[in-house]
Design a protein around this ligand. Structure first.
Ligand code: RIB
Length: 306
């Protein structure tokens, strides 16, 4: 089937230890539980989009080790096209070391491994696929040269570009006009714009050339800012959180799928908000990522997870 959403993707295996509270510098603690689960902001968002019914293709570079093979097996199960995933033979796969605390919050250290070797040439090899889809998405976990190459191809072919600027880092001025939709969380938005409040920050990024800023606000939902329209605030869903790993990726992937099927903004935001809330109901990034039917049921009030 033809791909409609492409993700220039990171793929990590998440090594997750559960401890009550953040460690102090130099401290060692026994963990209460340990899990090895799928992760990586790009792969997470791709799976979220696929579970929403999008036909998803990946551009990625993964390890030649067992963790790399885990990714290929996972994407096959999720129905994701991995023909443009290349393996770095003899290279370590991306790995995330994650501490989850009893309130559901977490700290993450990511080692990108083979993913750091994703280049513009890998993206060029997928140019035909990129030219024919509706949405191309990326995060800041992949090398910027790869994201830029993908967005330039997308721009030439009228394909919508979506950037999740996580983990937040300074970005070059000439990237902003290539971004149609930006999906930061509140902290990332304030950092990127060097501002103290969300509205000022969003306006600054719009002035730099971003088409639309969709800021995620946790339990408060999300807000959409565009140059030519009033801000649109979409309320969130208070949840009894199990963990928040991958909630932002679920939001981004679900939004990409909704925009690919040309849902209007209010519907796309409601859908992304609901999927992100539902994704917090189990441990790990993809475990509780909902299907399209599950989101629809929940939005219609047919089922409530708590
Ligand atoms: O956004 C959550 C993800 O960040 C985790 O899955 C981890 O791999 C890191 O990339």
């Amino acid at each position: 089937m033809a791909v409609d959403v492409v993700c220039v993707a990171s793929w990590n295996v998440d090594l997750i230890a559960h401890i009550p509270q953040p460690l102090e510098r130099g401290q060692t603690r026994m963990a209460q539980a340990f899990e090895r689960l799928p992760g990586g902001k790009g792969s997470n968002a791709a799976i979220a989009a696929a579970r929403q019914g999008a036909q998803v293709g990946l551009i990625a570079r993964i390890g030649g080790d067992d963790f790399g093979q885990m990714g290929l097996d996972l994407w096959a199960r999720e129905g994701i096209d991995s023909q443009h995933v290349v393996r770095g033979e003899g290279e370590t796969n991306g790995t995330a070391l994650i501490l989850v605390y009893e309130d559901g919050d977490n700290s993450i250290a990511v080692y990108p491994g083979a993913g750091a070797g994703l280049t513009a040439a890998h993206v060029q090899a997928a140019a035909d696929m990129l030219a024919s889809v509706r949405v191309v998405m990326a995060s800041c976990e992949v090398p910027l040269v790869a994201t830029r190459a993908a967005f330039e191809i997308a721009r030439r072919h009228g394909v919508l570009t979506l950037l999740n600027p996580a983990p937040a880092m300074p970005l070059p001025g000439d990237l902003w006009p290539l971004v149609d939709v930006l999906t930061p969380n509140e902290g990332e938005l304030l950092m990127l714009a060097d501002a103290q409040d969300v509205e000022t920050a969003a306006q600054r990024l719009l002035q730099r050339g971003v088409g639309a800023v969709v800021v995620t606000l946790g339990e408060r939902g999300c807000a959409l800012f565009r140059a030519d329209a009033e801000p649109l605030y979409m309320p969130g869903h208070p949840m009894q959180v199990v963990d928040t790993i991958g909630a932002g990726d679920t939001f981004t992937g679900t939004l990409a799928a909704a925009l690919a099927r040309q849902a209007p903004w209010p519907e796309a935001l409601a859908w992304a908000n609901a999927a992100a809330a539902l994704s917090t109901q189990a441990s790990g990034a993809v475990t509780a990522m909902p299907s399209r039917a599950a989101v629809q049921d929940w939005l219609q009030g047919a089922s409530t997870p708590q």
